[in-house]
Write a protein that binds this ligand. Structure first.
Ligand code: SAH
Length: 217
């Protein structure tokens, strides 16, 4: 386990202030970001950048999402303690830790074998309630559902019907949906009694693409 010293904690408090100034108001989200040592999730060559509000490469051509994006998606989810949350796109594991820090039971899926293996080992060093899975997030985890919340952290070309099916009635899905080549519209979808999804839109974001099947590309 790497060191989390007073300097890192100080930089985290400044990051949290920055996120507050940018409009994040959910204290549970801000407290979680204040608690999770983001510098553990970056290669050591990026250590000094860990607490800037920027996305960074984590190997395997993937990125750790920008703190503002993590804070924004997490706020939209309205997490309560004990909720079952499915995350698509484990990546570095940072978003999963923020959710677990808030008391969620996290199930997270990654399609890239190397990244899955690396992050699984890394996450086992924490005491968080996180289960990692190698698999295609388009399929979800039917045997572990239904879920209270689903968060997709890659640019989705469409809303995966399997994931809609694995969401509880009244449950929330947060998904960056690709509506053109470059950007995604952040959607919050709430499942209705009749199975349809109520849709709210929250502006443009940029994510790496959500792909089909497994790989190491
Ligand atoms: N949540 C991550 C950031 C994710 S970047 C973090 O906190 O660091 C997006 C991730 O989604 C990448 O790791 C990518 O490999 C993964 N991904 C892309 N398509 C996927 C799919 N169909 N199923 C599961 N993971 C997928």
């Amino acid at each position: 386990m790497k060191e989390d010293n007073y300097r890192h904690k100080g930089m985290r408090r400044i990051l949290v202030e920055d996120l507050k100034n940018k409009g994040i108001s959910d204290n549970n989200v801000l407290n979680a970001i204040n608690s999770v040592p983001r510098h553990f999730f970056l290669d050591s060559s990026f250590l000094e950048f860990a607490y800037q509000d920027k996305a960074f490469p984590i190997g395997s051509g993937q990125t750790i999402s920008q703190p503002m994006t993590v804070a924004f998606q997490t706020s939209l989810l309205k997490i309560e303690k004990g909720m079952k949350v499915l995350e698509i796109g484990t990546g570095s594991g940072y978003q999963a830790c923020v959710l677990a820090e808030m008391g969620a039971k996290v199930f997270t899926m990654e399609r890239q074998r190397n990244l899955y293996a690396k992050t699984k080992t890394f996450l086992s060093e924490f005491n968080y309630n996180i289960k990692t899975f190698l698999g295609d997030g388009n399929k979800g985890l039917p045997t572990f559902g239904p879920f209270d919340r689903i968060i997709i952290t890659a640019a989705a070309p469409e809303i995966p019907q399997n994931l809609v099916d694995q969401l509880k009635v009244g449950g929330i899905m947060v998904i960056p949906l690709s509506e053109n080549e470059d950007t995604q519209t952040m959607l919050r979808l709430t499942k209705q009694e009749d199975g349809s999804m109520a849709r709210e839109e929250y502006g443009d974001f940029r994510f790496v693409p959500m792909l089909k099947n497994l790989g190491n590309d």
